[in-house]
Design a protein around this ligand. Structure first.
Ligand code: GLV
Ligand code: MN
Ligand code: MN
Length: 419
């Protein structure tokens, strides 16, 4: 059985999906800016579009209380745990059109490719569209899969608020997701296997010319907010020696974040301050309060925690030396996830059978797979993206490469559905 993938059709569907965005399209050649925040209008329209594609492929559609959507192609033995694939369709502000979407529309395309080849699955194949993999609205990444895995419980979930103070309860109800949040959690074994197709979001495949990455592990992400409180006042009248400027103190912390990550000497350690809110934010006012976001990741969990401790030590030192208060609030500190060796082998087998070059590699970005690994054996398939660029409007993957990824995904799903 050879899956019959229509790569051009899929490329057209990805283009169509990119039209559901909160920002007007950029007119720069080679760029498609997409902003699609969970439960917003663009997300609602995008969800409807994807569901229509799944229905056209003969799949049933169901959803859970937090907005995870499950597209199911029934198997000959419906009572068996299904094999699942999928990803997300939400996009961070000013992102591109491939992150996540390739795994959702690619999952549906893989089902079509198997149907076109006359394949009959033994276990059902489900394509899962996870809610809010991106942390944009509620501050925490992988909201849907995190709840499915029971890593985020209902009591903590209902406390989540967006920047306008709208809670998860209100936001999901407004988007039409009204069921019991307690029903979102899945028991281990609910799925037989999970495999996610995704763009690499890094430069290795493009540089090596290999067409597929068989992922072996996903790095451990941690994030928190750091608030620096100093003393504000008149920018003209407050004398320099008497200042406790919160932003100047924060700038030392930002430098320390970079230094702590570099100090491990490991290419897999990364640390980022991506947000900086300055209060009161006036040209003639000394900043009294600064809120920073901190994102630290490593494939080696203890090494990541060492970086965090080094950053915290600088927080304490800067607080004492500059007479400011530095407080920290944890958002998440997740463990790394290992991919199932049998799924890695299945990806390799599919590549060998199709004459497709591949390499094994780790994922430094996080994915819903990180949490699906707690429910069932998990694997990931990477395809190259131009310049390794992601979370930017110029993110780009060739239709041919996406088609190759779908072919491998389809082959792996077929094998796993018969197992
Ligand atoms: C997911 O988008 C991540 O930040 O790795
Ligand atoms: Mn992303
Ligand atoms: Mn993604």
């Amino acid at each position: 059985m050879t899956p019959i993938v229509d790569a051009e059709r899929l490329a057209g569907e990805l283009r169509e999906l990119s039209r559901f965005t909160e920002v007007p399209p950029t007119d720069k050649a080679g760029e498609t800016a997409v902003t699609r925040v969970v439960f917003g209008e663009a997300d609602r329209l995008a969800r409807a579009y994807v569901a229509q594609l799944a229905r056209e492929a003969g799949m049933s559609v169901r959803q859970d209380a937090v907005g995870n959507v499950f597209f199911r192609w029934e198997g000959q033995q419906p009572e068996l745990p299904a094999v699942a694939t999928g990803s997300h369709i939400d996009a961070i502000p000013n992102a591109g059109m491939y992150d996540g979407t390739v795994g959702v529309l690619g999952g549906i395309a893989a089902v079509r490719a198997l149907q076109a080849a006359g394949f009959q699955p033994r276990r059902a194949i489900e394509v899962v569209q996870f809610t809010s993999e991106e942390p944009t609205r509620f501050g925490i990444g992988c909201l849907g899969s995190r709840m499915m895995a029971g890593v985020l419980n209902i009591w903590d979930a209902v406390k989540l608020r967006d920047k306008d103070g709208i809670g998860l309860e209100e936001a999901r109800a407004a988007a039409g997701f009204t069921g019991e949040l307690g029903d979102v959690i899945l028991q281990p074994g609910a799925y037989a296997r999970f495999v996610e197709l995704h763009i690499e979001q890094g430069p290795l495949l493009e540089a090596s010319g290999e067409r597929i990455g068989a992922v072996t592990a996903i790095a451990a992400p941690a994030s928190l907010t750091i608030t620096v409180e100093g003393e504000g006042g008149h920018a003209g009248a407050m004398l320099m020696p008497a200042r406790h400027d919160a932003l100047v103190a924060a700038s030392e912390l930002i430098q320390a974040v970079e230094a702590a990550a570099l100090a491990t000497g490991a290419i897999d350690t990364v640390a980022t301050v991506g947000m900086c809110e300055v209060f009161p934010g006036a040209v003639n006012s000394v900043p009294s309060r600064v809120k920073l976001s901190l994102d630290v990741r490593d494939i080696d969990g203890p090494r990541r925690d060492g970086v965090l401790q080094a950053i915290f030590a600088v927080c304490d030192a800067v607080a004492a030396r500059r007479g400011v208060r530095v407080t920290r609030r944890w958002i998440n500190a997740d463990s790394p996830a290992a991919c199932d060796p049998e799924i890695v082998k299945a990806v390799e087998r599919a590549c060998v059978a199709g004459g497709i070059s591949y390499r094994t590699m780790v994922s430094r970005a996080y994915h819903d797979s990180l949490f699906m690994a707690r429910i069932c054996p998990m694997g990931m398939i990477f395809i190259p993206c131009r310049g390794g660029v992601s979370h930017r409007p110029d993110e780009f993957a060739k239709a041919e490469d996406i088609g190759t990824g779908v072919r491998v995904l389809a082959q792996v799903l077929a094998e796993l559905s018969l197992g």
